[in-house]
Design a protein around this ligand. Structure first.
Ligand code: GDP
Length: 477
């Protein structure tokens, strides 16, 4: 598409995907990038030319506007810790189980559906944006609307801003739930003012953002919040073809005793049926049974429905997309190919030689670049905006011809697990100036092999960052 690699990498970054030069990206991401440059991307796997054009035809048929029908919105809940995300999700669920299902044994399967004013709404029931970022990282976001929870007594906090930024980057509209409206010290106007300051002025202040005061604890205002979500959903005119073979995404998976690997999926298009054969990255599934969030068996699941699916070869990770194939044999074959491909890629990223000889000047230069310059990516956190600016300034001033420093994200507030997640997916180091880390961050960092550098003295920080840069270089003997 005639674009330089660094430009592509920064475009991907804008989409929240931190890809290196030799990393694969999801097909739909590749399609989006191609489209943004006015190109149409055609993906052909070796020896599958015919099949691929057939698939394209199928996709075109599947998305024929005549076949699309309205579908429920898929909603996620984001916000600062302790502002009431979990309580809100519980309270919505308790008050609005899909009619006729009351009395069932509710299970936490990672997503659920409620009914309001005769419309269904699907909620992703894994609060916090770790799940959200995982999905986005894989370029496959299923959420249509984000509910941004802001506690009325606390107002916008660092993680609220971060969540808002996340949603905006992913092009997902937000509906603001001003929670804890019952609490002492609740100040709705202050939150609305803060919304206005962030260019998401509430509707009743002449803006365009839906905003409702709620008390998740007392179950108050929930109906209005659901109505606001439906209004937003109407604006989006969400539609999908319910009749084609099912495609969707994994929200959560685990290995359950007596059931084997199970995965909760959300259907994006088509209808998933018991007996279908699915391919999901390096796992396949012959759908043995499906259950809803009430533990009730279901035979078929239309678009936007969350179901827990049984019959997997292994537990597929959250955020991976699945598609339906003709039969189990084909599923096994495709998965085998995916496994081989993954192996080949990991092998490729281990060897320093480029696998294929570059064919033009750009890719030749890029390949040389890749070999020469190393990059230390940083996520910088500081206690206040002023010190953040100062820290970013000194890092940007560190000059080296062997290692480039790249600040991929910076913000005010303590170091969160989310920072570590981001660092892990971007192979970055988290640097904290005059901040603490939230509980549990150390353990997550250790688990994900993410380096944390914290100090209250800027010169110490600089030294440690320089050390981290030096560690990237190959030893010289
Ligand atoms: P999360 O970290 O965002 O998931 O927050 P939680 O749902 O765990 O709530 C944090 C605390 O705030 C808990 O002690 C809740 O009982 C309390 N809380 C949540 N919603 C409300 C509310 O509407 N009013 C009041 N007064 N407290 C609430």
């Amino acid at each position: 598409i005639g674009t330089k690699p660094f430009k592509l990498i920064s475009e991907l970054m804008d989409m929240g995907i931190f890809a290196g030069m030799n990393q694969t990206i999801e097909e739909d991401v590749a399609h989006r990038i191609a489209a943004a440059h006015g190109c149409t991307l055609e993906i052909r796997h070796r020896g599958e030319e015919q099949q691929s054009s057939k698939k394209k035809e199928e996709d075109k048929d599947e998305d024929d506007p005549a076949l699309l029908e309205p579908r429920p919105p898929v909603v996620c809940v984001l916000g600062h810790v302790d502002h009431g995300k979990t309580t809100l999700l519980d309270s919505i669920r308790k008050a609005n189980v899909v009619s006729g299902e009351a009395g069932g044994i509710t299970q936490h399967i990672g997503a659920y559906q409620v009914e309001h004013e005769d419309h269904k709404i699907t909620f992703i029931d894994t609060p916090g944006h770790a799940a959200f970022s995982k999905m986005r990282e894989r370029g496959a976001n299923v959420t249509d609307i984000a509910v941004l929870v802001v506690a009325a007594d606390d107002g916008f906090m660092p993680q609220t801003d971060e969540a808002l930024k996340f949603a905006q980057k992913a092009n997902v509209p937000v509906v603001v739930a001003i929670n804890k409206a019952d609490a002492k010290g609740a100040n709705l106007d202050r939150v609305k003012q803060q919304m206005q300051d962030r260019n998401i002025a509430p509707e009743d202040w002449g803006g365009e953002t839906q905003c409702e005061a709620v008390s998740a604890l007392k179950g108050e205002g929930i109906d209005d919040l659901l109505s606001a979500i439906l209004i937003q959903s109407e604006i989006l005119e969400l539609k999908a073809n319910p009749k084609c073979p099912a495609k969707g995404m994994v929200v959560e998976s685990q290995i359950e005793q007596g059931r084997g690997p199970t995965a909760t999926v959300i259907i994006q298009k088509g209808t998933l049926k018991v007996g279908n054969a699915l391919v999901c990255g390096e796992n396949y599934c012959k759908v043995r049974a499906m259950v809803d969030e009430n533990g009730k068996p279901v035979k078929s699941a239309p678009p936007a429905t969350p179901v827990r699916v049984l019959g997997w070869s292994g537990a597929p990770p959250a955020g991976v997309q699945f598609h339906t194939v003709k039969n189990e044999k084909i599923a096994k074959r495709e998965v085998e190919e995916n496994v081989q491909e993954a192996r080949r890629l990991s092998q490729m990223s281990k060897t320093s030689e480029p696998a294929d000889l570059p064919t033009d000047l750009d890719s030749l230069l890029a390949a040389i670049d890749k070999q020469q310059a190393k990059v230390l990516r940083l996520i910088v956190k500081a206690d206040v905006a002023g010190s953040l600016e100062a820290a970013n300034g000194v890092f940007n001033d560190i000059k080296s011809d062997k290692v480039n420093l790249e600040i991929i994200e910076s913000g005010v507030g303590p170091i969160t697990k989310n920072d570590v997640d981001l660092a892990s997916s971007a192979s970055a180091v988290v640097v904290g100036f005059n901040v603490r880390q939230e509980n549990g961050v150390n353990a997550v960092a250790k688990h994900n092999n993410v380096q944390l550098i914290l100090h209250n003295i800027i010169y110490e920080l600089i030294d440690q960052v320089k050390e981290a840069m030096a560690e990237l270089l190959d030893p010289e003997y």
